[in-house]
Design a protein around this ligand. Structure first.
Ligand code: MN
Length: 432
């Protein structure tokens, strides 16, 4: 099943929720992203859908008889993510009807809550988190640091590279991130020391949540892989480069990454993304074709997603002076060498089971241009001068008090633009 373009994507569809018809909203009625929210610290988490500046309480809708999907009563999105494709599509169609037709307004309007008044939680209890390395531009830029003449290792164009990350430290947008301590060794020093990281970085990534999983020992073929993805979020894979440089050989990232990874609280569904599908990345002449288990006609034709991504930086001084965050990178999901379907197929190709709510990350998303570096390490490698902020400050890596904000949106002629909300995090000083 490719998620079809249907009446829920019609550009002339309007909601009776006025803020959803504002041309600048991330959440017009064509989007309908899911979230989990609480009204207060001690409130029970509830499942909702974003509509303009409001959240529709979906468990409230169920109790009011507007929706009859039992999965909506849970305090996490897990049961909704596990729904079969037909039930997912039916739920989207019903939400679109409720929020567009005046006849449902009287019943549904009391179940709206301004998004600014709630706490947005992690969308699901994440069992496992895997991070890939799917941007060939990122891999080439970083590889050049270690191997100037031969930046890409010979396996890159054959095998989607990834590592098993840490699910326990995935946090929702808005959670402050403390600068980690760790082992680092200065190039000129004889021995390492243990101290707060001096080269804290962000990584611009997209996360995708597994919907229906697979049983241990079974594979998800590439032609079915997209059906097993529930939806996408923004992901900041915070990274301590000095810790990483000392620890990564021979087994890869460990404590340089596991102190925190931030996700945006909104999950934009695969159904919502249907109009913005594009062909898989066009490989350069002479590059090998993916092996057969990573190839299908559907994946070639529409495995990519045209999703523009941006990173903004705001220092403490900028914040105190009322200066707007500065855009430091741009990127697009369609520039990835591997599609998210190929990543799912590869992950399960040895019989490894993915479970509902598992989070997979694309890896840092960079493009060929110098303005498309998805992390500060790459900006430092590719741009000769340090990054100059509008406050007059400069940055090579993140300083305490810096806030990193990620945004994303899908645009297409003839369709409404949909957005992903924000993934934010402020860097706190290291513990003393
Ligand atoms: Mn990463």
């Amino acid at each position: 099943v490719r998620w079809p373009v249907d009446q829920t994507h019609a550009p002339d569809l309007r909601s009776w929720v006025e803020s959803a018809n504002d041309s600048t909203t991330d959440f017009p009625i064509q989007n309908l992203p899911f979230c989990v929210f609480k009204s207060g610290e001690n409130d029970r988490p509830r499942v909702g859908t974003g509509i303009g500046a409001q959240i529709l309480d979906l468990d409230g809708c169920r109790r009011a008889g507007l929706l009859d999907e039992p999965a909506l009563s849970a305090d996490s999105l897990g049961p909704v993510m596990a729904l079969p494709p037909d039930a997912r599509s039916a739920l989207r169609l019903r939400l679109s009807e409720i929020l567009s037709r005046e006849v449902w307004r009287a019943a549904a309007e009391p179940l709206l809550i301004p998004a600014a008044q709630v706490m947005l939680c992690l969308p699901v209890d994440i069992g496992d988190y895997t991070d890939f390395y799917a941007s060939i531009f990122h891999a080439t830029n970083v590889g050049r640091l270690f191997r100037p003449d031969n930046p890409l290792l010979p396996n890159y164009k054959y095998v989607p590279i990834g590592y098993h990350g840490r699910a326990s430290s995935v946090v929702a947008s808005g959670t402050h991130v403390r600068r980690p301590w760790g082992q680092r060794k200065d190039p000129n020093a004889e021995t390492p020391g243990f101290a707060p990281s001096r080269s804290l970085d962000y990584e611009l990534e997209v996360g995708f949540f597994i919907g229906r999983g697979n049983r241990l020992g079974e594979v998800i073929p590439v032609r079915e892989a997209q059906e097993h993805i529930f939806g996408l979020c923004l992901l900041n894979d915070w990274s301590a480069r000095d810790i990483q440089a000392w620890e990564y050989q021979p087994l890869g990232p460990f404590l340089a990454k596991s102190f925190a990874s931030s996700v945006s609280p909104w999950v934009v569904t695969m159904e919502a993304l249907a109009p913005y599908r594009v062909p898989a990345f066009q490989r350069a002449e002479g590059d090998p074709s993916p092996l057969p288990y990573l190839t299908s006609d559907d994946e070639n034709a529409a495995g990519g997603i045209d999703l523009t991504l941006e990173v903004y930086l705001c220092s403490k001084l900028m914040h105190e002076s009322g200066i707007e965050p500065m855009r430091v990178s741009r990127g697009n999901l369609r520039s990835l060498y591997w599609t998210i379907g190929q990543m799912v197929a590869h992950h399960t190709s040895n019989g490894c089971n993915l479970r509902t709510g598992d989070l997979l990350g694309t890896g840092t998303i960079s493009g060929p241009d110098r303005t498309e570096c998805g992390c500060l390490l790459e900006i430092a490698l590719r741009v000769p001068e340090p990054l100059r902020l509008p406050s007059g400050e400069t940055r090579t890596f993140l300083e305490d008090g810096d806030e990193v904000v990620m945004r994303g949106c899908c645009r297409k002629n003839g369709f409404v633009t949909i957005g992903f909300g924000e993934c934010r995090g402020v860097v706190l000083p290291a513990a003393v």
